[in-house]
Design a protein around this ligand. Structure first.
Ligand code: SF4
Length: 369
Protein backbone atom coordinates (compact mmCIF):
# COMPACT_ATOMS: atom_id res chain seq x y z
CA UNK A 1 0.00 0.00 0.00
CA UNK A 2 1.28 3.42 -0.89
CA UNK A 3 2.14 5.70 1.98
CA UNK A 4 2.16 8.78 -0.29
CA UNK A 5 0.01 11.54 1.21
CA UNK A 6 -2.99 12.06 -1.03
CA UNK A 7 -2.46 15.81 -1.08
CA UNK A 8 0.97 15.35 -2.63
CA UNK A 9 -0.64 13.71 -5.65
CA UNK A 10 -2.48 16.84 -6.74
CA UNK A 11 -0.96 19.36 -9.09
CA UNK A 12 -2.65 22.76 -8.73
CA UNK A 13 -1.15 23.82 -12.06
CA UNK A 14 -2.50 20.87 -14.03
CA UNK A 15 -5.23 22.80 -15.85
CA UNK A 16 -2.89 25.63 -16.82
CA UNK A 17 -0.36 23.10 -18.07
CA UNK A 18 -2.98 21.42 -20.25
CA UNK A 19 -3.97 24.74 -21.82
CA UNK A 20 -0.33 25.53 -22.48
CA UNK A 21 0.14 22.12 -24.13
CA UNK A 22 -2.78 22.77 -26.45
CA UNK A 23 -1.37 26.12 -27.46
CA UNK A 24 2.12 24.77 -27.89
CA UNK A 25 3.34 24.90 -31.49
CA UNK A 26 4.51 21.73 -33.13
CA UNK A 27 8.08 21.35 -34.30
CA UNK A 28 9.63 24.55 -35.67
CA UNK A 29 11.10 22.58 -38.60
CA UNK A 30 10.10 23.95 -42.00
CA UNK A 31 8.39 21.32 -44.16
CA UNK A 32 10.20 18.09 -43.38
CA UNK A 33 9.41 15.62 -46.13
CA UNK A 34 8.73 12.74 -43.74
CA UNK A 35 5.03 12.64 -42.96
CA UNK A 36 4.01 13.84 -46.44
CA UNK A 37 1.80 11.70 -48.67
CA UNK A 38 2.72 10.49 -52.16
CA UNK A 39 0.62 13.26 -53.73
CA UNK A 40 2.33 15.90 -51.57
CA UNK A 41 5.79 14.58 -52.42
CA UNK A 42 4.95 14.53 -56.13
CA UNK A 43 3.73 18.14 -55.91
CA UNK A 44 6.95 19.09 -54.12
CA UNK A 45 9.30 17.53 -56.70
CA UNK A 46 7.35 19.17 -59.53
CA UNK A 47 7.69 22.49 -57.69
CA UNK A 48 11.44 21.80 -57.67
CA UNK A 49 11.43 21.42 -61.48
CA UNK A 50 11.63 17.61 -61.46
CA UNK A 51 9.30 15.13 -63.21
CA UNK A 52 6.40 13.79 -61.08
CA UNK A 53 7.73 10.19 -61.12
CA UNK A 54 10.58 11.42 -58.93
CA UNK A 55 7.93 11.90 -56.23
CA UNK A 56 7.18 8.17 -56.25
CA UNK A 57 10.90 7.41 -55.94
CA UNK A 58 11.19 9.88 -53.10
CA UNK A 59 8.21 8.27 -51.33
CA UNK A 60 9.78 4.82 -51.71
CA UNK A 61 13.14 5.96 -50.37
CA UNK A 62 11.66 7.80 -47.39
CA UNK A 63 9.19 5.14 -46.23
CA UNK A 64 10.75 1.85 -47.40
CA UNK A 65 14.45 2.38 -48.05
CA UNK A 66 15.33 4.23 -44.85
CA UNK A 67 16.74 7.38 -46.45
CA UNK A 68 17.83 9.83 -43.77
CA UNK A 69 18.75 12.66 -46.11
CA UNK A 70 18.06 13.60 -49.72
CA UNK A 71 21.73 13.01 -50.46
CA UNK A 72 21.16 9.29 -49.66
CA UNK A 73 18.78 8.91 -52.61
CA UNK A 74 21.15 7.65 -55.27
CA UNK A 75 18.53 7.38 -58.03
CA UNK A 76 18.50 11.20 -58.11
CA UNK A 77 21.17 13.03 -60.06
CA UNK A 78 24.13 14.30 -58.09
CA UNK A 79 23.46 17.80 -59.37
CA UNK A 80 19.87 17.88 -58.05
CA UNK A 81 20.85 16.23 -54.78
CA UNK A 82 23.36 19.01 -54.25
CA UNK A 83 20.71 21.70 -54.74
CA UNK A 84 18.26 20.13 -52.20
CA UNK A 85 20.81 18.76 -49.74
CA UNK A 86 19.64 21.14 -47.01
CA UNK A 87 15.93 20.26 -47.27
CA UNK A 88 15.14 18.40 -44.01
CA UNK A 89 13.81 14.89 -44.31
CA UNK A 90 12.77 14.91 -40.66
CA UNK A 91 14.63 11.93 -39.21
CA UNK A 92 15.83 11.90 -35.60
CA UNK A 93 19.27 10.85 -34.36
CA UNK A 94 19.75 7.81 -32.16
CA UNK A 95 20.92 9.03 -28.74
CA UNK A 96 20.79 5.74 -26.85
CA UNK A 97 19.69 2.14 -27.45
CA UNK A 98 19.03 -0.23 -24.57
CA UNK A 99 18.15 -3.93 -24.91
CA UNK A 100 16.30 -5.83 -22.16
CA UNK A 101 16.81 -9.57 -21.60
CA UNK A 102 13.37 -10.27 -23.08
CA UNK A 103 14.36 -8.60 -26.37
CA UNK A 104 12.51 -5.33 -25.80
CA UNK A 105 14.56 -2.44 -27.19
CA UNK A 106 14.24 1.10 -25.88
CA UNK A 107 15.43 4.04 -27.90
CA UNK A 108 16.19 7.59 -26.86
CA UNK A 109 15.93 9.76 -29.97
CA UNK A 110 17.32 13.26 -30.35
CA UNK A 111 15.06 15.64 -32.28
CA UNK A 112 16.23 18.50 -34.51
CA UNK A 113 15.86 21.00 -31.66
CA UNK A 114 17.80 18.80 -29.21
CA UNK A 115 14.86 17.41 -27.23
CA UNK A 116 15.06 13.72 -26.35
CA UNK A 117 12.09 11.38 -26.67
CA UNK A 118 11.58 7.70 -26.01
CA UNK A 119 10.29 4.91 -28.26
CA UNK A 120 10.16 1.19 -27.55
CA UNK A 121 10.26 -1.85 -29.85
CA UNK A 122 8.53 -4.92 -28.42
CA UNK A 123 9.10 -8.15 -30.37
CA UNK A 124 7.03 -11.30 -29.91
CA UNK A 125 6.91 -14.48 -31.96
CA UNK A 126 4.51 -13.05 -34.50
CA UNK A 127 4.58 -9.30 -33.96
CA UNK A 128 6.77 -6.26 -33.69
CA UNK A 129 4.96 -3.59 -31.69
CA UNK A 130 6.22 -0.03 -31.35
CA UNK A 131 5.28 2.12 -28.38
CA UNK A 132 5.47 5.74 -29.57
CA UNK A 133 5.52 9.11 -27.81
CA UNK A 134 3.23 11.96 -28.84
CA UNK A 135 4.75 14.79 -26.76
CA UNK A 136 8.12 15.77 -25.27
CA UNK A 137 7.23 15.07 -21.65
CA UNK A 138 3.62 15.33 -20.54
CA UNK A 139 1.57 17.98 -18.71
CA UNK A 140 -0.95 15.56 -17.20
CA UNK A 141 1.18 14.83 -14.11
CA UNK A 142 -0.29 11.41 -13.33
CA UNK A 143 1.12 10.48 -9.97
CA UNK A 144 2.33 6.97 -10.85
CA UNK A 145 4.12 7.96 -14.08
CA UNK A 146 7.82 8.72 -14.68
CA UNK A 147 6.99 10.96 -17.66
CA UNK A 148 4.46 12.89 -15.60
CA UNK A 149 7.19 13.62 -13.06
CA UNK A 150 9.43 15.17 -15.70
CA UNK A 151 7.23 18.04 -16.88
CA UNK A 152 6.24 19.07 -20.41
CA UNK A 153 8.18 20.73 -23.24
CA UNK A 154 6.15 20.60 -26.46
CA UNK A 155 3.95 18.58 -28.80
CA UNK A 156 5.57 16.32 -31.37
CA UNK A 157 5.08 17.06 -35.06
CA UNK A 158 3.70 14.40 -37.40
CA UNK A 159 7.12 13.46 -38.81
CA UNK A 160 8.56 13.06 -35.30
CA UNK A 161 5.92 10.43 -34.53
CA UNK A 162 6.32 8.58 -37.85
CA UNK A 163 10.11 8.64 -37.42
CA UNK A 164 9.85 6.57 -34.21
CA UNK A 165 8.11 3.75 -36.09
CA UNK A 166 10.59 3.81 -38.98
CA UNK A 167 13.52 3.85 -36.55
CA UNK A 168 12.32 0.67 -34.81
CA UNK A 169 11.42 -1.01 -38.10
CA UNK A 170 14.86 -0.29 -39.56
CA UNK A 171 16.68 -1.36 -36.39
CA UNK A 172 14.85 -4.69 -36.17
CA UNK A 173 15.02 -5.23 -39.93
CA UNK A 174 11.40 -6.40 -39.93
CA UNK A 175 8.03 -4.82 -40.58
CA UNK A 176 6.25 -3.22 -37.67
CA UNK A 177 2.89 -4.95 -37.15
CA UNK A 178 1.38 -2.90 -34.31
CA UNK A 179 1.66 0.59 -32.88
CA UNK A 180 0.57 1.79 -29.44
CA UNK A 181 0.42 5.46 -28.50
CA UNK A 182 1.42 4.71 -24.92
CA UNK A 183 4.80 6.41 -24.68
CA UNK A 184 5.46 9.92 -23.45
CA UNK A 185 2.57 12.36 -23.65
CA UNK A 186 -1.21 12.59 -23.89
CA UNK A 187 -2.10 12.00 -27.58
CA UNK A 188 -5.43 13.86 -27.40
CA UNK A 189 -3.59 17.07 -26.45
CA UNK A 190 -1.86 16.77 -29.84
CA UNK A 191 -4.74 15.41 -31.90
CA UNK A 192 -3.91 17.03 -35.26
CA UNK A 193 -0.35 15.65 -35.43
CA UNK A 194 -1.36 12.29 -33.99
CA UNK A 195 -4.23 11.82 -36.47
CA UNK A 196 -1.98 12.92 -39.37
CA UNK A 197 0.69 10.45 -38.18
CA UNK A 198 -1.88 7.64 -38.02
CA UNK A 199 -3.00 8.41 -41.58
CA UNK A 200 0.64 8.45 -42.74
CA UNK A 201 1.54 5.23 -40.93
CA UNK A 202 -1.49 3.61 -42.51
CA UNK A 203 -1.34 5.09 -46.03
CA UNK A 204 2.42 5.54 -46.51
CA UNK A 205 4.09 2.98 -44.23
CA UNK A 206 1.36 0.37 -44.74
CA UNK A 207 0.30 -0.43 -41.18
CA UNK A 208 -3.36 -1.32 -40.68
CA UNK A 209 -5.36 1.21 -38.65
CA UNK A 210 -6.80 -1.73 -36.72
CA UNK A 211 -3.29 -2.52 -35.51
CA UNK A 212 -2.93 0.94 -33.97
CA UNK A 213 -3.98 1.73 -30.39
CA UNK A 214 -4.35 5.26 -29.05
CA UNK A 215 -4.18 5.51 -25.28
CA UNK A 216 -5.60 8.52 -23.42
CA UNK A 217 -6.40 9.51 -19.86
CA UNK A 218 -9.27 11.51 -21.39
CA UNK A 219 -9.57 15.16 -22.36
CA UNK A 220 -13.14 16.56 -22.34
CA UNK A 221 -14.65 16.51 -25.83
CA UNK A 222 -11.59 14.99 -27.51
CA UNK A 223 -12.80 11.37 -27.66
CA UNK A 224 -15.87 12.57 -29.50
CA UNK A 225 -13.66 14.58 -31.90
CA UNK A 226 -11.52 11.51 -32.49
CA UNK A 227 -14.64 9.46 -33.29
CA UNK A 228 -15.53 12.04 -35.96
CA UNK A 229 -12.24 11.21 -37.76
CA UNK A 230 -13.73 7.76 -38.51
CA UNK A 231 -10.45 5.98 -37.96
CA UNK A 232 -10.44 2.26 -37.25
CA UNK A 233 -7.91 2.51 -34.43
CA UNK A 234 -8.47 1.03 -30.98
CA UNK A 235 -9.19 3.58 -28.27
CA UNK A 236 -7.61 2.66 -24.92
CA UNK A 237 -8.79 4.79 -22.01
CA UNK A 238 -6.53 4.90 -18.96
CA UNK A 239 -9.05 4.51 -16.16
CA UNK A 240 -6.79 3.33 -13.32
CA UNK A 241 -9.52 3.89 -10.70
CA UNK A 242 -13.01 2.57 -10.08
CA UNK A 243 -14.48 5.75 -8.60
CA UNK A 244 -14.11 9.50 -9.08
CA UNK A 245 -12.35 10.23 -5.79
CA UNK A 246 -9.64 7.65 -6.32
CA UNK A 247 -9.17 8.72 -9.95
CA UNK A 248 -8.63 12.31 -8.91
CA UNK A 249 -5.89 11.16 -6.55
CA UNK A 250 -4.03 9.39 -9.34
CA UNK A 251 -4.79 11.67 -12.31
CA UNK A 252 -5.04 15.37 -11.35
CA UNK A 253 -6.82 16.33 -14.60
CA UNK A 254 -9.69 13.98 -13.70
CA UNK A 255 -11.03 16.72 -11.42
CA UNK A 256 -12.21 18.52 -14.56
CA UNK A 257 -13.59 15.40 -16.22
CA UNK A 258 -16.02 13.31 -14.15
CA UNK A 259 -16.06 9.57 -14.81
CA UNK A 260 -19.69 9.77 -15.91
CA UNK A 261 -18.81 12.28 -18.66
CA UNK A 262 -15.75 10.23 -19.72
CA UNK A 263 -17.80 7.04 -20.00
CA UNK A 264 -20.54 8.82 -21.95
CA UNK A 265 -17.94 9.87 -24.54
CA UNK A 266 -16.64 6.31 -24.64
CA UNK A 267 -20.13 4.98 -25.33
CA UNK A 268 -20.49 7.55 -28.13
CA UNK A 269 -17.14 6.39 -29.56
CA UNK A 270 -18.43 2.82 -29.75
CA UNK A 271 -21.68 4.01 -31.35
CA UNK A 272 -19.92 6.10 -34.02
CA UNK A 273 -16.99 3.80 -34.86
CA UNK A 274 -18.39 0.34 -34.06
CA UNK A 275 -15.07 -0.32 -32.29
CA UNK A 276 -14.93 -1.54 -28.71
CA UNK A 277 -13.07 0.56 -26.14
CA UNK A 278 -10.21 -0.83 -24.04
CA UNK A 279 -9.92 0.34 -20.44
CA UNK A 280 -6.42 0.33 -18.96
CA UNK A 281 -6.22 -0.20 -15.20
CA UNK A 282 -2.85 -0.08 -13.43
CA UNK A 283 -3.08 -2.27 -10.34
CA UNK A 284 -1.61 -0.55 -7.27
CA UNK A 285 -1.36 -2.78 -4.20
CA UNK A 286 -3.84 -1.86 -1.47
CA UNK A 287 -4.99 1.26 -3.30
CA UNK A 288 -7.20 0.20 -6.22
CA UNK A 289 -6.98 -3.62 -6.19
CA UNK A 290 -9.49 -4.52 -3.46
CA UNK A 291 -12.69 -6.55 -4.05
CA UNK A 292 -14.87 -3.42 -3.76
CA UNK A 293 -12.84 -1.80 -6.54
CA UNK A 294 -13.44 -4.79 -8.82
CA UNK A 295 -17.18 -4.44 -8.15
CA UNK A 296 -17.18 -0.70 -8.90
CA UNK A 297 -15.12 -1.24 -12.06
CA UNK A 298 -17.52 -3.91 -13.31
CA UNK A 299 -20.44 -1.50 -12.76
CA UNK A 300 -18.64 1.24 -14.68
CA UNK A 301 -17.69 -0.70 -17.81
CA UNK A 302 -20.56 -3.18 -17.91
CA UNK A 303 -23.18 -2.96 -20.63
CA UNK A 304 -21.18 -1.81 -23.63
CA UNK A 305 -18.47 -3.12 -25.94
CA UNK A 306 -15.32 -2.89 -23.89
CA UNK A 307 -12.31 -4.81 -22.63
CA UNK A 308 -10.32 -4.24 -19.44
CA UNK A 309 -6.53 -4.56 -19.46
CA UNK A 310 -5.08 -4.96 -15.97
CA UNK A 311 -1.48 -3.72 -15.77
CA UNK A 312 0.40 -4.65 -12.58
CA UNK A 313 2.28 -1.53 -11.47
CA UNK A 314 5.93 -1.23 -12.51
CA UNK A 315 7.71 0.54 -9.62
CA UNK A 316 9.55 3.82 -10.30
CA UNK A 317 11.94 5.40 -7.86
CA UNK A 318 10.12 8.69 -7.29
CA UNK A 319 6.99 7.26 -5.70
CA UNK A 320 6.33 4.37 -3.40
CA UNK A 321 3.36 2.58 -4.90
CA UNK A 322 3.61 -1.18 -4.78
CA UNK A 323 2.91 -3.89 -7.28
CA UNK A 324 0.24 -6.39 -6.05
CA UNK A 325 1.17 -10.04 -5.57
CA UNK A 326 0.42 -12.42 -8.43
CA UNK A 327 -2.26 -13.97 -6.25
CA UNK A 328 -4.03 -10.59 -5.77
CA UNK A 329 -3.72 -9.79 -9.48
CA UNK A 330 -5.42 -13.04 -10.46
CA UNK A 331 -8.07 -12.54 -7.75
CA UNK A 332 -8.94 -9.11 -9.12
CA UNK A 333 -9.16 -10.46 -12.68
CA UNK A 334 -11.35 -13.33 -11.55
CA UNK A 335 -13.72 -10.98 -9.71
CA UNK A 336 -14.21 -9.07 -12.97
CA UNK A 337 -14.76 -12.23 -14.99
CA UNK A 338 -17.43 -13.32 -12.54
CA UNK A 339 -19.19 -10.03 -13.36
CA UNK A 340 -18.95 -10.85 -17.10
CA UNK A 341 -16.25 -8.27 -17.83
CA UNK A 342 -13.80 -9.17 -20.64
CA UNK A 343 -10.41 -8.85 -18.98
CA UNK A 344 -6.71 -9.53 -19.68
CA UNK A 345 -3.63 -9.12 -17.48
CA UNK A 346 -0.77 -7.38 -19.29
CA UNK A 347 2.72 -7.39 -17.87
CA UNK A 348 5.21 -4.68 -18.85
CA UNK A 349 7.93 -5.89 -21.18
CA UNK A 350 11.56 -5.09 -20.43
CA UNK A 351 10.90 -4.73 -16.72
CA UNK A 352 14.61 -4.88 -15.97
CA UNK A 353 15.42 -1.95 -18.26
CA UNK A 354 13.49 1.05 -17.04
CA UNK A 355 10.24 -0.30 -18.42
CA UNK A 356 7.84 2.26 -16.98
CA UNK A 357 6.49 4.97 -19.25
CA UNK A 358 9.26 7.53 -19.79
CA UNK A 359 11.49 5.85 -17.25
CA UNK A 360 14.55 5.35 -19.43
CA UNK A 361 14.53 8.99 -20.48
CA UNK A 362 14.00 10.10 -16.89
CA UNK A 363 16.90 7.94 -15.71
CA UNK A 364 19.28 9.20 -18.39
CA UNK A 365 18.34 12.85 -18.00
CA UNK A 366 18.87 12.55 -14.23
CA UNK A 367 22.24 10.88 -14.80
CA UNK A 368 23.22 13.71 -17.17
CA UNK A 369 22.55 16.12 -14.34
S1 SF4 B 1 0.38 8.31 -17.67
FE1 SF4 B 1 0.30 9.18 -19.75
S2 SF4 B 1 -1.03 10.99 -19.51
FE2 SF4 B 1 -0.35 10.45 -17.42
S3 SF4 B 1 1.52 11.69 -17.08
FE3 SF4 B 1 2.18 9.67 -17.92
S4 SF4 B 1 2.36 10.02 -20.14
FE4 SF4 B 1 1.09 11.68 -19.29
Amino acid sequence: MSSSPVSAMFSPDATAAIVSAEESPSSPLDLPLLGQSLAQLQAWVVQQGQPAYRGKQLHQWIYAQGARSLTDITVFSKAWRATVADVPLGRSELHLRSVAPDGTVKYLLRLADGHIIEAVGIPTAKRLTVCVSSQVGCPMACDFCATGKGGFARNLATHEIVDQVLTVQEDFGQRVSNIVFMGMGEPLLNTDSVVAAIRCLNGDVGISQRAITLSTVGIPGRIRQLAEQHLQVTLAVSLHASNQGLREQLIPSARAYPLTALLTECRDYVAVTGRRVSFEYILLAGLNDLPEHAGELADLVGGFQSHVNLIPYNPISEVDYQRPSDYDIQDFAEALRERHVAVSVRYSRGLEKDAACGQLRATKLAAAG
